[in-house]
Design a protein around this ligand. Sequence first.
Ligand SMILES: *Cc1c(COP(=O)(O)O)cnc(C)c1O
Length: 402
Amino acid sequence: MRSETVIRQVVRMTARQTLETELRLRLEQIEARDLYRRRRIQDAPQQPRAIVAGRPMLNFCGNDYLGLANHPEIIAALCEGADRWGVGSGSAHLVNGHSRAHHALEESLAEFTGRPRALLFSTGYMANLGLITALAGRGDCVFEDRLNHASLLDGALLSRATLRRYPHSDVGALERLIADGAARLIVTDAVFSMDGDLAPLPALAVAAHKGGAWLVVDDAHGFGVLGRGGRGALDHFGLNADEAPVLMGTLGKAFGVFGAFVAGSETLIETLIQFARSYIYTTATPPALAVAALKSLEIVERDTWRRERLMELIARFRQGASQLGLALADSRTPIQPLLAGSAARALAWSEALEASAILVGAIRPPTVPEGTARLRISLSAAHAPQDVDRLLDALAELPMHA
Ligand SMILES: *Cc1c(COP(=O)(O)O)cnc(C)c1O
């Protein structure tokens, strides 16, 4: 072999080893900063009574707000859907993966949200990437709340539009930012996923109107939980499709199934079908999931008691926590964060709860800003009042100054 070739090979081998070393170093660094994430292995369906690596635990970290993830009627619908449609959709929606089951779900979601059309996406992450990149591009300006979900920020970055982030829920600051440029989209979580507070949607709708922008609302945590019949945060505030033209909702949280959708005008939905790359270039979800989600939609609307039970549990938790002197966040939703500050403390708290067989997630940067690590407690209509009391008892024992 010629020596030049040998040298080139050695250089390449060294580069590959350097990459391995660099990756290992990066992992060691986050470990040292208490930011390393580990998966727990669940041995039971999503429900308050979890089994983690064989051990029974009381679960306060899911997003199954209405207790539908393991509902017998929805399981039966999924099985019937599989009997009727098989398992795989076989291709993307625009090839031949768009079944009548998908279509029926879209029509029902459109009707439920009071909009002309709805479009299914495989996941909420993909819905947000697809819709922002389809609606904004180079030269446009997209405004986002600082605490927006990662998928909304990623969507704006991918779109090549200018991304401007405004301080959390600060409409005044947003309006000042808009004043010196053209706004295309104003994008917000409806219920902030790690804080549980509601975005000031009516004021944002006014700001969008004045700024000549469209308001994009991600209602991942409000859909099913808030509004009449679980119609979500926009319904809660009485905002219509003119005030908030783009509504994104997910089916994997309160709906207990999987997937997501965007609802809006005929023009919006046709634009997404033509231009949203995360819609076009991916396999459609199994049609049986659409059958299951359709059943879930029926139950969400029908079982008013689930939302009532959930609100009672939230009130019970907040009252108990304030009696304990815990610093509660301004949240009326099932997401009830308990601020720890440092990642190490959040982790210590979560581990202490785990020792009492209670499962609560420690949320650390980069999911939340530096210095605001927290326990993210989430409640479900499937919890019993006694479950909340057990959680409160365990919280009372936390080493607050750990
Ligand atoms: C969970 C979530 C998403 C992503 O939805 P998936 O269906 O889980 O991909 C998007 N936005 C917000 C605010 C979320 O909480």
